[in-house]
Ligand binder design. Sequence first.
Ligand SMILES: [Zn+2]
Length: 456
Amino acid sequence: MSTRKIVIKGGTVLTFQNDRLVCDKLDILVEKDTITCIEKEIEVSSDMEVISAEGMIVSPGLIDTHRHLWESAFKGTASNWTLMEYLNGMLGGIAPKMSPLDVYLGNLLGALEALNAGITTIFDWSHIMNSDEHAEAAIKGLRDSGIRAKFGYGTPGTSVWEWFYESKKPHPVNAYDIKKNYFSAEDDLVTMALAIRGPEYSELEVAKQDILMGRDLGIQISMHIGGGSFGPKYKGVQKLDQLGLLGPDLNFAHGNTLNDHDFKLLADHGCSLSITPEMELQMGLGLPATGKALKHNIICSLGADMVAGTSGNLFDQMKTALQAERAIQNERHFQKGEMSEQLAIQDLDIFKMVTMGGAKTLGLENKIGSLEVGKQADIILVDSHKLGISPIHNTVSAMVLYAKEHDVDTVVIAGNVVKKNGKLVYQTTDELILECQNSAAVIMKQLNPETEPKMT
Ligand SMILES: [Zn+2]
């Protein structure tokens, strides 16, 4: 933890305070890991480091609540895959061949590229727990990057058939040892969650057992739900409700093909939803549930999901979520022979999802998600001088529709500066990329010895 005092001066602070939008020129004082003052003008003393934020948007760090970081070295392998091709190709093909070192490299690369794009907190949904060494490697990758994370301890990636097709196997009880050995302090930057298959990928009795294990461990439990035809086929939300298992500790990814009754159940029980719009549109999961989640007041947020298929920044996800929902709602008007008179979803709805919505999804709303005195100093500075984003007439639009990772100038996590002047503080990124390239090439060669992998 940093012992310094940092003052971030002269920027346009874009945040929520007591759930109200604030967009104003303000200075922010950070002491150790905490925001201790936000004022129009903070007087600088000799013990403060000054970060000039002139011409910058100063925003809470972005929060990605659903991503499989271990796949980060396999960019492009899944860009033309459906969900079924992903299950067989990634979980059936690549996952069993991953060594602990491969997992470490993927997680470190994935976390660094997230940091570089202004993501300060991530839920790492890690279904690559082939051994305890794999778990240790994934956790180390997260910790070495400096990111704030929930490590979602998943199932082994040793056999997609045994673990993901109506699986009869309960979640590994090694979760207890992993928690005891690696997650003793509650205020660590990396904490633990459970990433279970749920009723669409395991038998209902297994899903029940897994949820009860997560509750016994006292950690958040995440599962995929409502993906394509699996939603109506398994009726997962209603089945969990009938067993009395729904609760605010459950996080669901996707929810595309849930019905209105399901959404009402999620809202009534305080469950959260992680929407990953780009992968959902690609892989045949159905239309993103953004509008339905907002209509039902469900705690919701965004994730990039799978960097093997698409880019790992939330700017792309924000834009996709916004425009996909507009397309859905505009289409309804066209079908009735009407023109849309106004847009039913605004850029601000989406900005909320990657900040406070993300924090609430992870149960961390008292710590992160906004820039407020007493909260953790997870802060990003977005440079508004650059071509493509400038000139800015609407700060929220700049964040949701114009910004890219190269506009992220500075990233602070718990008071530690991890990106500065547009460059990651992490020293050996080039070497890491090379190691990841080689690690992925070896696995892809094993899977397809006839073809030289194209890694140019
Ligand atoms: Zn996923």
